[in-house]
Write a protein that binds this ligand. Sequence first.
Ligand code: ZN
Ligand code: ZN
Length: 190
Amino acid sequence: MSKQQEPAVSVVPSVPLCAECAGPLSFDVSGSRFVCGNGQCAALGMDLPVWRVLKRAGLAVSAVVGLPRPVYRGMPVPWIAPVASDGRVWFRALDGERLARAQNEWLCQLCGEALPRRAWVFVTPGGLVLQAALHEGCKDIASGFCPHLSGPVTRAVPRPVTREEISADGRPLPVAGRSDPDFPQQWRIL
Ligand SMILES: [Zn+2]
Ligand SMILES: [Zn+2]
């Protein structure tokens, strides 16, 4: 008598394939980047940002702007989080294109809407700004849900700022070079 066997691994519908070897990609330990585990592949060990992989595979969807935010697994979905066409959200990754837009156009990283002249950022004890700015209300929403923003790892605290009080690559934001999806700015408090 042979028992019907359950498949050992369930198939996830939106696993992107490696552009080099067409094998399925998996996540690195941080959960924010794809890696190709094929030892014969030219892409082995390469940095594969989630948003780039999803976009190349045709699996990326554009993010909704405004409040209330869509909810995934009980958490509000930030505008800058990569979202796949099957609904999956990568909370620990960033969409490079939306992040660059948020930085260049002074948009809120949580809701994607335009910010007032004075907005809020999360600042680490070392003066690094976590990604981009937020509305005051969006800052409160993020504080409640994103351990990454204000938790024990980054020990970041919210702070109100204008663009003049932030620098990128050593220059005040109003005169700094533009943020690029593949090389987003790292903001610092001046
Ligand atoms: Zn590969
Ligand atoms: Zn907002």
